[in-house]
Design a protein around this ligand. Structure first.
Ligand code: HPA
Length: 284
């Protein structure tokens, strides 16, 4: 196992000091935007923006649909920080670098983290446009020592060994479900298990059949590492997948996943997610 950079308290504090000198907002809620979800920040009030590239020691976004800004502002009556653009291990980051933004949020005062992602729908009841509230995950990188928490542990953030049986906060899921029902989105919202794969290729049909067999409902290339870092640091977590494509289980099928399809499906649903999150945050 390679050590990579140690994202310890001192490393993160230099970033936090830089932000504090420029941004007056003290966020208590963080949002991580998946592919095409950057627009979630559009209804924030008094927004202040920092580009990732202007923040020393901060990683840069390389994926189309991931703009690369930290946006601070008021959303749902709370002070919020939004990550427009996330980092994935397939981009070539050392796995520990995925921890940076989440640890920055922790030191900025974030207590609750909402994450979004685009995902393939494995469960045959899922359609493009459905939202899946994540209740648990299966992380292949996480189980195979490509775990974001592997390497030296900084006790300032959390313990070496952490339980993740309750990683996806049941109270936050209940609040979300209530909001969904009241806002009449019940027919497009489900709950399920997220399979985290390394990517960057979409899964083969045989891989999809395996994922379905072991109990996954949706599959994607993100979220689980950020959830682990957040839980390690005691941040409460809520995560939502948007089904942007139906996973292909049959190699004779003419259907094919593509990033364009993913971005199109996200574009069609991002305003709904923004409204649901705004209402959810107002109830936290
Ligand atoms: N697989 C993995 N990641 C994804 C998918 C998928 O089918 N769709 C969007 N992100």
């Amino acid at each position: 196992i390679k050590n990579g950079p140690c994202i310890n308290r001192k490393y993160v504090q230099t970033i936090v000091d830089f932000i504090r000198e420029r941004i007056s907002i003290l966020p208590t809620v963080g949002i991580v935007c998946g592919s095409g979800f950057g627009k979630i920040a559009s209804r924030m009030k008094n927004a202040q923006v920092l580009k990732y590239e202007d923040i020393p020691n901060f990683p840069r976004s390389t994926v189309v649909g991931h703009p690369g800004n930290l946006v601070f502002g008021e959303f749902g009556g709370k002070m919020v920080v939004v990550m427009q653009g996330r980092f994935h291990m397939y981009e070539g980051y050392e796995r520990q670098q995925i921890a940076i933004p989440i640890r920055v949020m922790k030191l900025l005062g974030v207590e609750i983290l909402l994450l979004t992602n685009a995902a393939g729908g494995l469960n045959r009841s899922l359609k493009v446009g459905d939202l899946v509230c994540i209740k648990d995950h299966i992380s292949f990188p996480g189980m195979s020592l490509n775990n974001v928490l592997a390497g030296p542990n900084d006790e300032d953030f959390g313990e070496r060994f952490i339980a993740i049986s309750d990683a996806y906060d049941s109270t936050l899921r209940s609040i979300f479900k209530k909001v969904v029902a009241e806002m009449n989105f019940s027919d497009v919202v489900k709950e399920g298990v997220y399979a985290h794969v390394g990517g960057p290729n979409y899964e083969s049909p045989a891989e999809c059949r395996m994922l379905l067999m072991i109990g996954a409902d949706v599959v994607g290339m993100s979220t689980a590492p950020e959830v682990l870092v957040a839980r390690h640091a005691g941040i409460r977590v809520f995560a939502l997948s948007l089904v942007t494509n139906v996973s292909v289980l049959d190699q004779e099928s003419k259907e094919k996943a593509s990033h364009e399809e993913v971005l199109r499906a996200t574009e069609a649903r991002v305003d709904d997610v923004e409204k649901l999150f705004e209402e959810m945050i107002s109830r936290l």
